[in-house]
Ligand binder design. Sequence first.
Ligand code: GLN
Length: 537
Amino acid sequence: MSGVGKGIAASSIGSILKARGFTVTALKIDPYINVDAGTMNPTEHGEVFVLEDGDETDQDMGNYERFLDITLSRVNYMTTGRVYQEVIRRERNLEYKGKNVEVVPDIPFEVIRRIEIATEKANADFTIVEIGGTIGEYQNMLFLEAARMMKGKRPDDVAFAMVSYLPIPSKIGEMKTKPTQYASRTLNSAGIQTDIIIARASVPLDQKRKDKIAMFCNIRPDHVISAPDVESIYDIPINFEHDNLSTILCDVLKVDMKNRPLRFAAWNNFVKKSKSVKEEVNIAVVGKYFNSGEFLLSDVYISVLEALKYSAYKVGKKLKLHYVGSQNFEKDSKKVSELEKYDGILAPGGFGSSGVEGILKAIQYAREHQIPYFGLCYGMQLAVIEYARNVVNLKGANTAEIDPQSPYKVIDIMIDQKKLMAENKYGGTMRLGSYPARLKKNTIARNAYKTDTIIERHRHRYEVNPEYIEQIESAGLVFSGISPDGQLMEIAELPREVHPFFLGTQFHPEFLARPLNPHPLFTEFMKAAVQRNIDNK
Ligand code: GLN
């Protein structure tokens, strides 16, 4: 079922194989019709993770990149829509040579072809393929059919792992294996026998349950891997190795494991450090996509959250994150002074008008009260708007995204985006993926990156309007990162003398933060937050 940890399980399997010295890549299959995740509402789908080549994908792709420390591309992501689109394109181009093109086998064939392309591109020893959704649902049947065919063709090259949840009903207090037994049977009815079962549960599995699952699901008891809830997701690869998962996998796939010690020291150190930090640093994320009904949706900003964590550990602190809905400040503007208690404020990316006036109030408060502020994409555009309104004195300044009639559109649509919007071409058409920027000397950005040219991932349609750059800069805001052609403002910041850290990026630095390699801007923000914490004591 969704949310049970398939993505982290897939990432963790990859990371232990990588620690054994194998080349590993990963591929995510999302069964929905959408060609990519870019057109979906964040409250519906969670974060859209942008790849280097601009593909707008699922947050699990971020987990793979972070756990495996690799860079993926669009060949590593597929959806039902993407598979059908390609089959139909090829049919129209007569590539099936007049043959009757059928759902089965032609759709599974295309799925297999894609898995093979991803494997070849990475020259991988192992390709971890995660099939989204739940066994038994209609949507992912064709992907399971592809998996079955692959196994039939190359039995020694394909292994199956099923992630299953074992509930402990509170009234009974006993862990139940029955749902797992049914899931395994349902998988059997799709022609697949799993080799390994990753048993997710709130607590570790006992031997009795391992034996029971083994008996009813036709696998060996030692192939049942216990995957209890953990304090940190980064424990999971280590836990998997306790149950010998990499050895079991190599066994199933008849891969020679000799001379392949587990090289996990750096990872272990990271996990140890993350647990040893005690003192908290309090960061408020001010945004708008937090709630779905009664539930908090922290998934929407997963990469931001992880990036903050890595930098907090790096400066020896424990991250305490506070999700602050910006609508609160719109209803009652005095509430904004509650931000005083945080060590730093971050405004993440976003779209549309809801909650924006509240975010602007928060930014103004951070600027005027010397609270470290970090704005990502929309968070940068809104910082520019706030500065234009309250410092440059351009009353009613706004982004064309919200107020096309604004007298001062300090954020405006990029020229090449205008035409796309007029034609309702929304899917995959933003300025997406990696672009370079040059950094100005003696700025926070340049000092943090320690280099003059950077490459970062983007996802936006609007930009700082060139007409206002001079006016804004002469009022004190510095555009410290600019595209090489001098056209696009990539980073805006206030000089250190004026504010301890007030910086926004047009790009999304969170997509490049890795556990063992935290992002320099996040670390700089974190240092400023820690300093505020010390100063306030
Ligand atoms: N809505 C803004 C734009 O399209 C910002 C996008 C974002 O934050 N990812 O430019």
